[in-house]
Design a protein around this ligand. Structure first.
Ligand SMILES: Cc1cc2nc3c(=O)[nH]c(=O)nc-3n(C[C@H](O)[C@H](O)[C@H](O)COP(=O)(O)O)c2cc1C
Length: 207
């Protein structure tokens, strides 16, 4: 059982990265093998360039940096994307991760044959200044749910289990210790989520 968390925040001590680590700590406690991909710390290039386009069109190989990323998530049973909401959607570096890494010939195929996430579990963990209630009632939550959960991961990638978790009502700069203490409940529930995912994976592999 392998659980990979991908995070997008320039501050290594941010709540975003703490959230990714909390999920993985719980997963490790539940017996899973874990890996953190901190896109900003790793200097991931999010720009879909000519090499990506050539590959998309079937005219060139997968770019090397994309292949290196794919080799780390290919055998994950659970992939968690952990990001703060910027302007009602994901930060550019996470969008670039989708554009470049979750791509044709890896995550899905034009002939309909399943990609690497078929039957897998995806968790979308979003940190927001606004409240979850507001997201659920304003249309923005439905838009994100449709775009990311329904269309990207269920329809295209054929993932089996995809869900959203909001870590809401946060102020930017929650890396400040006092704000972090106020947000601790989120980290505790993410650790529990990780533990449960790992335990579910263990019982599924036994049955
Ligand atoms: C550029 C930028 C745009 C933001 N846009 C939104 C937004 O559209 N909706 C929202 O609820 N919060 C928004 N926020 C607030 C962050 O999502 C929130 O503070 C989050 O906790 C930041 O994560 P961090 O503390 O790990 O940096 C924005 C913050 C920044 C820096």
């Amino acid at each position: 059982m392998k659980i990979v968390a991908v995070t997008a925040n320039p501050e290594p001590n941010s709540l975003t990265n703490a959230a990714g680590n909390a999920l993985l700590d719980g997963s490790a406690e539940g017996g899973a093998q874990t890996e953190l991909i901190d896109l900003c710390a790793e200097g991931f290039n999010p720009v879909f360039g000519m090499e990506d386009r050539e590959h998309y069109l079937g005219k060139g190989p997968m770019p090397e940096d994309v292949m290196a990323m794919q080799s780390r998530i290919r055998d994950a049973d659970v992939l968690a994307l952990v990001f703060p909401i910027y302007w009602y959607t994901m930060p550019a570096i996470m969008k670039g991760f989708l554009d470049r890494v979750i791509c044709r010939g890896f995550a899905y195929n034009t002939d309909g044959t399943p990609g690497v996430f078929a039957g897998k579990t995806i968790r979308l963990i979003m940190l927001s200044g606004g409240g979850e209630d507001w997201y659920r009632s304003s249309g923005i939550g439905q838009a994100l749910d449709n775009q990311l959960r329904e269309q990207t991961f269920i329809k295209y990638c054929q993932a089996a289990d995809v869900s959203f978790t909001y870590l809401d009502n946060l102020s930017s700069g929650d890396d400040d210790p006092e704000a972090r203490r106020a947000a601790d409940r989120h980290l505790v529930s993410l650790a529990l989520m990780g533990r449960e995912l790992a335990m579910d994976g263990k019982s599924a592999s036994r049955s």
